[in-house]
Design a protein around this ligand. Structure first.
Ligand code: BGC
Length: 550
């Protein structure tokens, strides 16, 4: 099979020895049907390509650090924690919405695109945050929530006045519900049209009635949005995470993935490209081909797209031990990503449960999925608190997703160092165990693992930008791949298996005739004989191998 290196994995389960040629395992998992892979990334015009190298970190400001004792996280609190983030090794922050908002959807209902919610601070503090972050080499990306606004946004208040005011067409109005959506955003209810008494017409909303959809078919809307993006970019914001950009335009019953959306994203991209070194990541749900389409030709649409299929596959590999779905998802992305485009790997976010629920409460499982996320060919996005293993919370203030939005846990005190007041939402369980101070005391903690893996990635061009070459994906639990780069190749071997050791044999490239070092631990791993590396791997072990130094 071209591009797939031969090798053998033997598992010992209940005394039974299983032998599986790797190529066969790849065929069985579907990976073998794909052509060998070329470089995953290439240099796109505009900027130095930082978005292809850094580890991203998603922050819910409301829950990160409170500076004034009101129980609500704020920008000043985030500034106080920038040293922690720089020390963790991340290179870019995505801030969930910080704009003025009635918070019907935790800020995803924006009432003013050019301001800061008073709970979080003001524009002056935001400018300070930008400055302080940039001094520490941290990029700052804002959430771009323009599929809809809040129903309290002045545009909507004006639009609903009459059918002939200047903003009459800025939202999607109809005398009667004009159609339902085939797809549904289930947690927001089934109604998509709501009667507005003032205007005497129905308005369309993909989400809550408090989140009326903007009408991108009116060119003035995109013009205004691009102006607003430019305003933040001018200030120094490094880019955006675009909220549901595949839902901007509807042709009922098709409300998602309408071809018209592409032209909109291209124009947004042009706005970004006017400023060097900016990037935007699109939140696209869907099949891999639907998701990757939003990368356009690699340099005319989103710089990055979230790749949720891989997230589900990471959960599966981490919990059940079989990485074959993950291998398939990765290979699909590698084969079909346009040059210059990047897929983003997540383990969770503000819409998902916390990883101890989706993966496992076993720290070894959380470590192996983190190792995978940080070594696969794409951009890793860490959701705040994931690095210490935050558990789901119990209290619901807005909706059930609050379970994954509880305060960051900095120490083992009652409110975990998050606030001196009463937190806006009850802390999650496990504050005493899963917190930064406690995990900093243990060399084998999850946090220590994140720190060392991120440092390794930051120091290793092959892990950041190297091409990907599959070696093996076996239901016995092993996923192995090369990351290749002129600065030096790496062999990543991940044993997701939950029980039992496996014996792995992988032919090494010429020039790798000596012992191999696992760069995660700094220890020699296995042995190389006759051009084959051979090792016995306990369950949930991840290795990043390089030829041992002279
Ligand atoms: C965000 C959600 C939000 C929704 C509406 C999304 O996909 O991630 O948190 O509720 O868009 O803005």
């Amino acid at each position: 099979m071209p591009g797939v290196r031969g090798g053998v994995i033997r598992g010992r389960r209940g005394g039974l020895a299983l032998a599986l040629p790797l190529a066969a395992a790849l065929v069985a998992s579907g990976c073998g049907s794909k052509k060998p892979t070329g470089p995953v990334v290439s240099t796109a015009p505009g900027g130095d390509g930082w978005h292809r190298r850094v580890v991203f970190y998603q922050v819910f400001v409301r829950s990160f650090q409170d500076s004034d004792g009101d129980g609500i996280g704020d920008l000043a609190g985030l500034i106080d924690r920038l040293d922690y983030l720089a020390g963790l090794g991340v290179g870019a922050l995505w801030l969930m919405p910080v704009y003025p908002s009635p918070l019907a959807d935790s800020g995803y209902d924006v009432a003013d695109y050019r301001g800061i919610h008073p709970d979080y601070g003001d524009l002056e503090t935001f400018r300070l945050l930008l400055d302080e972050a940039h001094q520490r080499n941290l990029k700052v990306m804002l959430d771009l929530v323009v599929n809809h606004t809040s129903n309290q946004h002045p545009w909507f208040l004006e639009s609903r006045q009459s059918s002939d005011n200047p903003k009459a067409d800025w939202y999607v109005w109809a005398d009667a519900p004009a159609g339902d959506c085939r797809e549904s955003n289930v947690i927001f209810g089934s109604e998509r049209w709501t009667l507005d008494e003032a205007r005497g017409q129905y308005f369309f909303h993909e989400f809550l009635p408090a989140q009326p959809d903007l009408n991108f078919r009116d060119p003035a809307v995109l013009e205004e949005v691009r102006g607003m993006m430019g305003w933040w970019l001018e200030m120094g914001v490094d880019g955006f995470r675009a909220d549901v950009p595949y839902q901007y335009v509807e042709s009922w019953p098709d409300c998602w993935y309408q071809p018209e959306t592409f032209a909109i994203h291209q124009q947004m991209r042009q706005t970004l490209d006017a400023y060097p070194g900016r990037a935007m990541v699109g939140e696209i749900q869907g099949k891999p081909e639907q998701v990757l389409a939003y990368l356009g030709n690699g340099s005319d649409a989103f710089h990055l797209v979230f790749y949720f299929d891989a997230m589900y596959a990471l959960w599966g590999a981490g919990s059940g031990g079989d990485p074959t779905d993950l291998a398939l998802a990765v290979q699909l992305a590698v084969d079909d990503t346009p040059p210059g485009g990047v897929v983003a790997y997540t383990l969770g976010n503000h819409d998902m449960f916390r990883t101890p629920r989706t993966v496992s409460e076993d720290v070894a499982a959380l470590k192996i999925v983190a190792t995978a996320q940080l070594t696969l060919p794409g951009a890793p996005f860490i959701y705040y608190g994931e690095e210490v293993g935050l558990l789901n919370g119990q209290e619901v203030v807005v909706d059930f997703r609050d379970q994954a939005r509880t305060p960051m846990q900095w120490d083992g005190s009652g409110t975990a160092g998050f606030t001196k007041g009463t937190p806006w939402i009850a802390m999650a369980d496990g504050v005493k165990t899963f917190n930064v101070a406690e995990e900093d005391r243990h060399r084998d903690s999850l946090l220590a693992h994140y720190r060392s893996l991120i440092a390794l990635r930051n120091a290793t061009p092959a892990l950041q930008e190297g091409s990907y070459e599959a070696v093996a994906a076996s239901p016995l639990g092993v996923l192995a791949f090369f990351r290749r780069h002129d600065a030096g190749d790496r062999l990543v071997v991940l044993h997701f298996g939950v029980e039992g050791d496996v014996i792995v044999e992988i032919p090494t490239p010429s020039g790798w005739a000596t012992a191999l070092t696992d760069e995660v631990t700094g220890q020699t791993s296995g042995e190389v004989r006759d051009g084959v590396w051979r090792a016995t791997l306990p369950p949930r072990t991840g290795l990043v191998l390089a030829p041992a130094g002279p």
